[in-house]
Ligand binder design. Sequence first.
Ligand code: PLP
Length: 392
Amino acid sequence: MNTDVQRIYLDYSATTPVDSEVADAMLPYFTRSFGNASSIHAFGRETKILLEESREKVARAIGASPGEIFFTSGGTEADNHALFGVALAAKRAHGKNHIIVSSVEHHAVLRSVEYLAANGFEATLLPVDEFGKVDPDEVRAAIVPRTSLVSVMHANNEIGTIQPVEDIAKAAHDHGIVFHSDTVQTVGKIPINVDALSIDILAISAHKFYGPKGIGAIYIRKGVDVDSHIHGGAQERNRRAGTENIPLVVGFAKAIETSRRELEKNAIHMNGLKKELKRLLSERFDSILFNGHPTDALPSIVNISFDSAKIDIDGEALLLNMDLHGVAVASGSACSSGSMEPSHVLHAIGRDIKTARASIRFSIGKNTTKDEIIKAVKILEKVARQSTVFPV
Ligand code: PLP
């Protein structure tokens, strides 16, 4: 790493640093209070109490009751649990074998769907509009008597578009179908209440809101039939076997409490910077397109594409050059077997392959400054010139 460069991190949707108060809260549970929460002696009882207190804090943050929260290793596991758990339970109980998901889901959902499809299930992938939104009427149209699950994320991790989850949930519930929403990008950033949004199952990941990596939760509404995911001991009320990681659980609970307390303040701060970033980008570049919904979107994400009809930009070179100049952003491609695959989300909203490849996601954090935004745009100007193959 070039230590002379002053680095600017604008990839907070990928992950966030752990808040120092979160790290402090976790530390005693690595060394001093290390008991196994399943042990009946004093060491175990002490950590069991912490485990349940943490569960209460997580539940409170989303308007759930503690008995509906199950700790997982993060968002991916929670999404896998939701999809496999509902699909298998519904197939066994009612012979249902069809699920509906949006085409812009995270791979934690899409790859689980592929696995189910390879094992006798059928799936419908819902299209989205030019802003990445799902139309609840499309959900209604896709429902068949064999449908057991509808899964549509709350907000997209690449373009930030917020879905009309209440209306989508209603479409599912009108037919007695379970509704799951991947809320990994929204918990800690915008208000979430499982009853107000009519969500039956949701996925949370602590590292997206200044908590530790490797911990998250699945919320399962009481009465919803979901198979267990990991089999073994009786932890997490027989749903998810394995000794609970108390330091991570404590850090997760602390982070969700903090993010809830700071939610409004952080959203105002990030929205202000987002506006400024969009203003600067529009001012400096006439060849960019903004991806995502202009208003129904996260306060933290600005995703742009260089329009291939106007300019020929090498997206991979763009990202590498930004990094070389100290700016950490995400691209519109994912590395798959050594080649750069254009993002399925940008493809779904209608960007052509070349335009999708020439895309950048800036994601703003609670400690991002205006100065960082201004510097990042200046560097992008410089780098875009270097990464241009030729103007079209
Ligand atoms: N779902 C969404 C929308 C995400 O953005 C992510 C992470 O990037 C995940 C799921 C996976 O979460 P985790 O990293 O905790 O496994």
